[in-house]
Design a protein around this ligand. Structure first.
Ligand code: 13P
Ligand code: SF4
Length: 359
C-alpha cells in the first residue's frame, strides 16, 4: 500500500492534470488528510449549492457521504458525473427511514386525517425530509407536496410547511425535528413519535389528532452520545465556556447548551469570537479538532472526551481519493452516483423548494 507521502504526491499530480475539469467538494466532518484537497468545504446546505455552482466541470468528486453525493447528482449539470470515492460511506441515520416504511406511514396518516385541505387551503400533512435521507425519500416529498431541509434551514422549512399544511411528518431525524419545532413554540405533546402499531387505535388516536409534528424515530449515533452531564462538567471546569451543539443532539442537550446550529454555524461562531474564548462543542470530532488547531488563540474542545468520529465519513481515505482522481485522468469514471430519473425528477422538486424557501 502507498505511503501517506506517496498518496499526497499522486493526488496533487492528478488534481494538477485535471485542473478545472473536476471540482472536489468536502464536508466539514472529513478528516484533515482529505479536507486539504477540497476546492470547497462546507455544511450540507452549502455543499448542495456548491454542486450547482460549476455545471461546466466534467465531474464532482464528493468527499462526504452517500446522501450528499446523491444530492449533488440531483443538482449538478447534465452529463456531469458525481463520484463518491468510497461507496461504503453511508449515513446510519439516513438508513433509518426507508421508502417502504415511510409510504406505509403516509397511508396510515391519510386514513387518519383524510386528504382534504382545511378552510385555509392547508392540506392535512406535509412531508419534510432531512437532507440526511435517500433520494427516494426526497422524491417522496417532491411527489406529496413536501420539501427537504438541512440543519441550517430547518426552521425556515418548517414555517414553509405550516403555511401549506396543518401538520408535518418529519423524517428521519427525530432530534432535529423536535429541537426545531420546540424552538418555534410547538409543545412537546404535539410532537409524537410515529408508532405504526398504535397510531390508529386506543389512546394514540387522541395524541395523533392534536399532533403538529409527527417525528420519525431516526437519530445520529454520533450526536446521541452527547449528554447534559458533559455540559455540566465543561461549565464546572470553565465557568465562561460557550457550549455550542449540533441540532442532531437530543433535546435536553440542546436545551442545556448556549447555542445550537449546523456545522457552518459552529465554524462561523468560532471565527467571530474574541481571542481567548473557550468553546465546548457537541459535534463530530474531526471538525472540532480542526477548529482547535486553526484557532490556537481560543480553547476549543469536544464535549465528549472519548473521541467520537462519524465512522462513515471516515471511510473516505486519501487512497480512494487518489484512485478516483487518477481514474478521471485516464478518462475512467469510478464510483459514479446516479439517481434514476423517476426518483430524480420529484426529488429535485423537493430540493428546489428548499433552495427557494425564504426565512
Ligand atoms: P450539517 O448540515 O450541519 O453539515 O450536518 C450534516 C450532518 O451529517 C451532521 O451530522
Ligand atoms: Fe450521518 Fe451522523 Fe455521520 Fe452526520 S454524523 S453523516 S448524521 S452518521
Amino acid at each position: 500500500t502507498a505511503s501517506a507521502a506517496e498518496l499526497h504526491e499522486r493526488i496533487l499530480a492528478a488534481k494538477a492534470q485535471l485542473g478545472d475539469r473536476v471540482v472536489t467538494l468536502g464536508h466539514f466532518y472529513q478528516r484533515d488528510e482529505v479536507v486539504q484537497y477540497a476546492d470547497f468545504v462546507g455544511d450540507s446546505f452549502q455543499l448542495a449549492n456548491a454542486a450547482k455552482a460549476r455545471p461546466e466541470a466534467e465531474a464532482i468528486v464528493f468527499c462526504g457521504v452517500h446522501f450528499m453525493a446523491e444530492t449533488a447528482d440531483l443538482l449538478s449539470g447534465p452529463g456531469q458525473a458525481v463520484i463518491l470515492p468510497n461507496l461504503a460511506a453511508g449515513c446510519s441515520m439516513a438508513d433509518m427511514a426507508d421508502i417502504d416504511s415511510v409510504a406505509e406511514c403516509w397511508e396510515q396518516l391519510e386514513e387518519l386525517y383524510g386528504t382534504e385541505p382545511d378552510a385555509n387551503g392547508r392540506v392535512p400533512v406535509i412531508p419534510v425530509t432531512y437532507m440526511n435521507s435517500s433520494a427516494a425519500l426526497k422524491g417522496f416529498c417532491g411527489e406529496h407536496g413536501g420539501i427537504v431541509c438541512t440543519s441550517s434551514n430547518a426552521d425556515t422549512v418548517l414555517k414553509w410547511a405550516f403555511e401549506r399544511g396543518q401538520r408535518v411528518l418529519f423524517f428521519p431525524d427525530q432530534h432535529l425535528g423536535r429541537n426545531t419545532a420546540k424552538a418555534m413554540g410547538i409543545p412537546l405533546e404535539q410532537m409524537p413519535l410515529w408508532n405504526p402499531r398504535k397510531a390508529l387505535g386506543g389512546n394514540e388516536t387522541a395524541v395523533m389528532q392534536d399532533a403538529r409534528v409527527i417525528l420519525w424515530h431516526g437519530f445520529c449515533s454520533v450526536h446521541k452520545r452527547f449528554t447534559v452531564g458533559q455540559i455540566e462538567a465543561a461549565r464546572a471546569q470553565y465557568p465562561d465556556v460557550r457550549v455550542i451543539v449540533h441540532p442532531e443532539c437530543p433535546m435536553p442537550v440542546v436545551d442545556a447548551a448556549d447555542e445550537y446550529g449546523s456545522t457552518d454555524y459552529i465554524v462561523k461562531a468560532i471565527a467571530a469570537a474574541p481571542a481567548g474564548s473557550t468553546f465546548a462543542i457537541g459535534t463530530e470530532i474531526n471538525l472540532v479538532q480542526r477548529l482547535a488547531a486553526e484557532y490556537p488563540q481560543h480553547t476549543i474542545f469536544c464535549l465528549d472526551s472519548v473521541v467520537c468520529p462519524c465512522s462513515t465519513m471516515y471511510r473516505i481515505h486519501p487512497g480512494y481519493l487518489a484512485w478516483v482522481l487518477e481514474g478521471l485522468v485516464r478518462g475512467e469514471i469510478h464510483n459514479r452516483i446516479t439517481v434514476p430519473a423517476e426518483v430524480a425528477d420529484p426529488a429535485r422538486v423537493a430540493l428546489e423548494r428548499m433552495l427557494a424557501a425564504k426565512p
